[in-house]
Design a protein around this ligand. Structure first.
Ligand SMILES: N[C@H](CCC[C@H](N)C(=O)O)C(=O)O
Length: 291
């Protein structure tokens, strides 16, 4: 299948963006995996599909597939690239743009400084909605959030806060992201049996109440240079731990994301993320028939 695509990146998290507004391409999971492959395909952390509005009050639908081919609920850096794409391609002049994602609806706005602000929706802490199996575990509480001891191989343990930003996240505090065991614990946490849908593993270093450093080992993609939903999950966690203020700059290997969240008694206020979105190149490619 011959397809056109746009390569984009948001804080180094990179994407192949497909225009499916005239109809779905009908790609298989194996073909998504091939497109994301950095040796045999184009190379990307995720594949984003732009689809027409599914109904009233919505301007577009947005599908996300991880590099491993699996479809997921949400992608924050991808959302910023999405709104840049639909404006640059002349698919809309609306600003903000209301978009249907698997997990719900989000609002995306292009700012005058070229950055993009996304209403990422509210975090979800109900364990069954992450989902996280806490059976038999005893949590400890810090600030007003529970931390769960995850048993890892070789007697290791990670103390994680779990939440959903539409997609699942497990966030732990580390002294220094540069020396944190991201590439060892990352896959161990991603595939931990207590996460039946797997999970994105965040490693959060608090610099001060307005600055953090973050590395994320992403479900279905491995460590990425930045993770938008991961940045939201990390800041929400830090605020609930009592360690962060309501507006935080998240320093990732790929750039800086600004996250804003005002905690309320119900902890259900929306999270706002602002950051860059850049088109790298346009291309076309023959995708092999793969089931
Ligand atoms: N790997 C994530 C999806 C992409 C999230 C990330 N790229 C972002 O910017 O939020 C998951 O499986 O839930």
């Amino acid at each position: 299948m011959h397809i056109r695509f746009t390569k984009m990146q948001g804080a180094g998290n990179d994407f192949v963006v497909l225009d499916e507004t005239r109809g779905p391409l009908g790609l298989s999971h194996a073909q998504y995996r091939w497109l994301a492959d950095r040796h045999f395909g184009v190379g990307a952390d995720q594949i984003l599909s732009v689809r027409p509005s599914p109904g009233p009050g919505l301007d577009f639908e947005y599908l996300i597939h991880n590099a491993d081919g699996g479809e997921v609920e949400h992608c924050g850096n991808g959302a910023r690239c999405f709104v840049r794409y639909v404006h640059d391609k002349g698919l809309t002049t609306l600003n903000p743009v209301r978009v249907k994602v698997k997990q719900g609806e989000i609002s995306l706005a292009l700012n005058h400084d070229g950055r993009v602000t996304v209403d990422m929706g509210a975090p979800v802490f109900a364990l069954e909605r992450v989902p996280f199996d806490a059976s038999g575990l005893v949590s400890t509480t810090m600030g007003n959030v529970e931390r769960w001891p995850l048993a890892l191989p070789d007697g290791d343990e990670a103390l994680v806060c779990v939440l959903s930003m539409g997609n699942p996240h497990a966030v732990q505090l580390v002294d220094n992201v540069d020396t944190a065991p991201v590439l060892v614990q990352g896959p161990q946490i991603e595939w931990h049996p207590r996460f039946p849908a797997r999970v994105n593993a965040g490693f959060l270093q608090i610099v001060n109440r307005g600055q953090v450093r973050l590395r994320v080992y992403e479900r279905g993609a491995g460590e990425t240079l930045a993770c938008g939903t991961g940045a939201c999950a990390a800041v929400v966690t830090g605020i609930r731990l009592g360690l962060l203020d309501a507006k935080v700059d998240v320093h990732t290997h790929g750039g800086v994301l600004t996250i804003e969240w005002v905690d309320t008694p119900a902890h259900d206020a929306p999270v706002f993320m602002t950051g860059p979105a850049t088109t790298v190149f346009e291309g076309e490619i023959d995708v092999p028939d793969l089931d």
